[in-house]
Write a protein that binds this ligand. Sequence first.
Ligand code: NAD
Ligand code: FE2
Length: 375
Amino acid sequence: MYRFQLTTTLRYGPDSLDELSTLDGRRVLIVTDAFLATTPLFGRVKEALRGAEVAVFDRVRPNPDTAAVGAGLAAFLEFGPEGIVALGGGSPIDTAKTVRKLALEQGRDLPAGLTVIPTTSGSGSEVTSFAVVTRADGRKLPLSSADMLPELAILDPEAVLTAPPKLTADSGMDAVSHAIEAYVATGCNDFSDALAEKALRLAGEHLPVCFRDGSDAVAREHQHAAACMAGIAFQNAGLGIVHGLSHSIGSAFPIAHGRLNGILLPTVINFNAGDLGWRPGDPGPVARRYAALARALGLTASGDRNLVRALIGWVERLRNELSMPATVSAAGVASADFLAAVPDLAAAARVDFCTAGNPVQPSEAELAGILRQVA
Ligand SMILES: NC(=O)c1ccc[n+]([C@@H]2O[C@H](COP(=O)([O-])OP(=O)(O)OC[C@H]3O[C@@H](n4cnc5c(N)ncnc54)[C@H](O)[C@@H]3O)[C@@H](O)[C@H]2O)c1
Ligand SMILES: [Fe+2]
């Protein structure tokens, strides 16, 4: 028996920011970061909320930590909003989701709900019950609760037009990794497969355009939809060791989450597919799933093993088009430092929340092997 849940209402396309007027007459807390609070987009959001009484919490930091979440909760408790509007990438959205959850636990309610306006096309956080908060010791703490699902997500291409190329690439590769991991995760099903396939087809076509020309509103709109679809797919199917390893590396070294995922994806696909090698015969069920995904992307090759190789090639080509590094050292971390940390990173990845969704349960030694391959 499968379960597939769609909770968040989506408004998407040009001018969908106007939907904010449905919050007229309410007390609304806007949660955003200090940079976005200075942009014309923020002015546009406030203008659309003109019928509401507004307070702003703009002290979100990238990779939100427990201190920023605590400050957001204090702002909530002081203002007593009826609704929250989160404006930003995964960091403000995750902060707002966690603040809402903590406020509910303190007996507060939020009758006008949580509205999110993603300004990056990547995390899928607008449609997931997950949030990632960094603890004081630097470890990333994945949280999950039905109370964190936003009621409304506004996918307006205007909100992503200003994302610079590096952010577009990093968040875009995050979305690509969500779709590929969801497709083979333990909870995958026909519904999540459909969304993952479409998300990858859209990203393959539109993400490089967004990277080269951020002002292309049509490409932005499609990439925004792709990231959201990949979010719904992984919310229902789960993720895997690209994310388990990415969380552990990202806790120890300053490499963006999506950048790490792009580094890990080819090696993890090869590992999950049973180490492709050159053996003949049936490559097994996980490799057959990757081969099916390759076919859905229109890739052709003789036999499933070669189709998996073609899928790895597809990821590597996309990564090149986005000028992204192929190894941790190419991303700026000294090899010696990284290799010294491998045992700890493998141990943390083994118990990461996302690792449980991987189609193959890896040992710590196997995770260490993958880490050494991407050094
Ligand atoms: N909840 C989930 O399911 C989930 C999934 C994946 C990642 N995440 C989390 O999301 C966070 C990463 O989020 P992110 O990559 O979307 O970025 P982010 O929110 O961390 O923002 C990164 C930087 O980009 C800037 N920025 C954002 N949008 C912009 C725009 N349109 N124009 C110009 N600058 C802009 C921000 O001001 C910030 O400086 C991490 O904390 C990660 O752990 C959560
Ligand atoms: Fe991610």
